[in-house]
Design a protein around this ligand. Structure first.
Ligand code: AMP
Length: 618
């Protein structure tokens, strides 16, 4: 490896560019962050050098660079692409071709992203080395949080973590979500503090494939150890709220188990049982059951987290991006506990960490670590324009000044993230829109703005406008049975219920009469409209259907039929808020509570899906 400076040489002792990071060495960890951020530019150049050195002979790169390795040639010749351009290579690997068509290091598994392509999860390549890279990211988070919150090592963390199903490709490669892959690894079992028993969830409970048994067991062990718990969390805010809902439904049963010292018969997984009975659930404890019961009986459940886990210092969940919608509810249950979003990561690669973990959710910024992958940024001159504008598959020959490297992004500007990874993705558009909100040393810090094109999201689902249009169109034959057609629609993610659900506002016009609200009401056949809800759901992608059917993290889709003129009222509302008359288009998703109220006033019928959509695999 070319040596750039003695400090960096010391930091990166292998071509994987993963610095050693001892999570128990506080000053060492902080110093490492200093070095990484101060040398962001050099490290990025080293990362690209290394990736090109390794992979110049892959079919993918060779097509564009003819075996050359120059970084400028790469930036000049290799196109910026979406998943559709990568997919044929992934499919070939899945079908048994050698993975060296994209990566010199063997691809050992495919990670199923929550982003979809053609209704199915996108599959991201991964190598053995990646687990070390992820472990590095988790390790470096520890000195950061310890800098702001003292004494965490003196107690336990209640992190509610879950795995998801996996499948195998024809060539025998495993396809599974990135966190399932990590949780099943030695790296996770041997994670810092786990060896000292500092987490309340036993590994077998996290690894139990039945999410309901897993949740029950993790809550049981979390409640039993409540006096030792100093922090609680899950990955995303939606998952943590799901756990609160589960607790609301099952606290009596959980307390009964604690009172009697016998685990409920709902837990049948032997590894789960063995990890709890006699080890954490060691006998009847009426006093503890009474204390928990008395808190759970009090309504409302305001501050329940603080009441049940009184020593908790924060709730660690991602509350940025689409999870921002859950902040009010988390604040309610958390009773003022800080909400901590620690990292920004994806199946493609883990990207950045939050260096000020106690910042308010709206101020959270992530510092992208320069050794994780090679970053580039497509400048979005007008963030608003981008929503409809940049949806072609490839930007070939985009003006060079539109695409900038990590250290050249400008404060206050918006960018779409493009990555080149160690695992065979080259100039790949992740689909995330970020805004530069500051710098830490030479490393920019980004606020997560939104996912490109996504209009609706409750949990890990990401429904685009195109998905929504397609699935709504499929209801046309049903509506014509009622002599109705859809004249306009919009939607919103209703998270006031747990779980949240999609709401569609539909303006329906009768083809046989003038369409006053009274006439329309007569035509609204409940069975048919409920079927419309089900048809829309079955047309949404596999992540939505999994959330609805298997994980139950999404509630039944609702259609609210609005009377004539409702969408005119919405337009008037949008114009009053500054939309231009000439350019006005009905927004396919509304985020403002006021806009929802405008339409709600005109609702003449509400209908819910009565059956969960089919879901069986990726
Ligand atoms: P997946 O590919 O399913 O792993 O999802 C990764 C995506 O989740 C990212 O590309 C982001 O869109 C989103 N995401 C991950 N971390 C965060 C975060 N801290 N804040 C907001 N969105 C995030």
């Amino acid at each position: 490896m070319k040596i750039y400076s003695s400090t960096l040489d010391h930091m990166f002792t292998s071509s994987a560019m993963i610095p050693s990071c001892d999570p128990h060495d506080q000053p060492g960890g902080i110093e490492l962050i200093e070095q990484l951020t101060k040398n962001a530019h050099l490290i990025q150049e080293m990362v690209l050098d290394e990736i090109l050195k390794r992979n110049s002979e892959t079919e993918y790169l060779h097509d564009f660079m003819k075996g050359e390795r120059e970084k400028d040639l790469f930036r000049d010749q290799v196109p910026i692409v979406d998943y559709d351009k990568v997919k044929p290579y992934i499919v070939r690997i899945a079908n048994g071709e050698n993975s060296n068509i994209i990566s010199a290091k063997p691809i050992v598994e495919l990670l199923t992203s929550s982003g979809t392509s053609g209704g199915q999860s996108k599959l991201m390549p991964s190598t053995i080395e990646e687990l070390d890279r992820k472990t590095f990211m988790y390790n470096i988070l520890i000195p950061v949080i310890n800098k702001y919150v003292k004494g965490l090592e003196e107690g336990k963390g209640m992190y509610l973590l879950f795995i998801k199903p996996e499948i195998t490709t024809p060539s025998g490669l495993t396809c599974r979500p990135v966190l399932t892959s990590y949780y099943k690894s030695r790296h996770f079992r041997e994670r810092p503090f786990n060896l000292y028993n500092k987490y309340t969830s036993p590994d077998p409970a996290i690894l139990c494939s039945d999410n309901c048994q897993s949740m029950y067991t993790q809550l049981l062990t979390g409640l039993i150890q409540r006096d030792e718990v100093l922090r609680v969390g899950a990955i995303f805010a939606s998952a943590f709220l799901r756990a609160i809902k589960f607790l609301e439904d099952h606290w009596q049963e959980l307390c009964y188990d604690i009172r009697t010292g016998v685990i409920s018969s709902r837990v049948t997984d032997t590894s789960c049982i063995e990890s709890v009975v006699g080890k954490i659930l060691t006998g009847p404890n009426a006093e503890l059951a009474d204390a928990i019961e008395s808190e759970c009986k009090k309504h409302p459940w305001e501050g329940i987290i603080k009441r049940l886990w009184p020593k908790t210092k924060f709730i660690e969940v991602i509350v940025t991006g689409s999870m921002m919608q859950y902040v009010p509810l988390l604040e309610f249950y958390g009773g003022g506990l800080p909400l901590v979003s620690t990292m920004y990561a994806s199946s493609e690669c883990f990207f950045g960490i939050n260096l000020r973990p106690l910042d308010k959710p709206c101020d959270v910024a992530y510092t992208l670590l320069p050794n994780m992958c090679y970053y580039e940024f497509i400048r979005l001159k007008d963030e608003e324009d981008d929503a409809g504008g940049r949806d072609s598959n490839t930007i070939v020959g985009a003006p060079a000044e539109e695409v900038v490297p990590l250290v050249d992004v400008e404060l206050g500007c918006y960018y779409e993230l493009v990555v080149t990874t160690f695992t065979g993705l080259y100039r790949y558009r992740v689909g995330d829109i970020l805004k530069v909100t500051g710098f830490y040393n030479a490393a920019p810090q980004f606020k997560f703005v939104r996912r490109r094109d996504v209009v609706l999201s409750i949990d890990t689902d990401k429904t685009t406008e195109a998905d929504l249009l397609k699935s709504i169109s499929a209801t046309k034959p049903l509506l014509s049975q009622l002599s109705l057609f859809l004249s306009d629609f919009t939607s919103f993610a209703d998270t006031s219920t747990l779980p949240g659900h999609y709401v569609l506002f539909w303006e329906l016009i009768p083809s046989t009469c003038t369409g006053t609200s009274k006439e329309l009401e007569i035509l609204l056949d409940t069975k048919v409209l409920e079927e419309c809800c089900a048809v829309v759901e079955s047309g949404l992608d596999s992540i939505y259907r999994r959330g609805r059917s298997r994980d139950r993290s999404i509630g039944p889709l609702e259609i609210r039929v609005v009377g004539n003129g409702a969408f005119d009222a919405l337009m008037d509302f949008c114009l009053s808020r500054g939309s231009s008359v000439n350019q006005y288009k009905t927004p396919r998703c509304i985020n403002s509570g006021d806009a929802v109220s405008v339409l709600d006033e005109k609702v003449i019928g509400k209908f819910f899906s009565q059956k969960a959509p089919h879901w069986d695999s990726y």
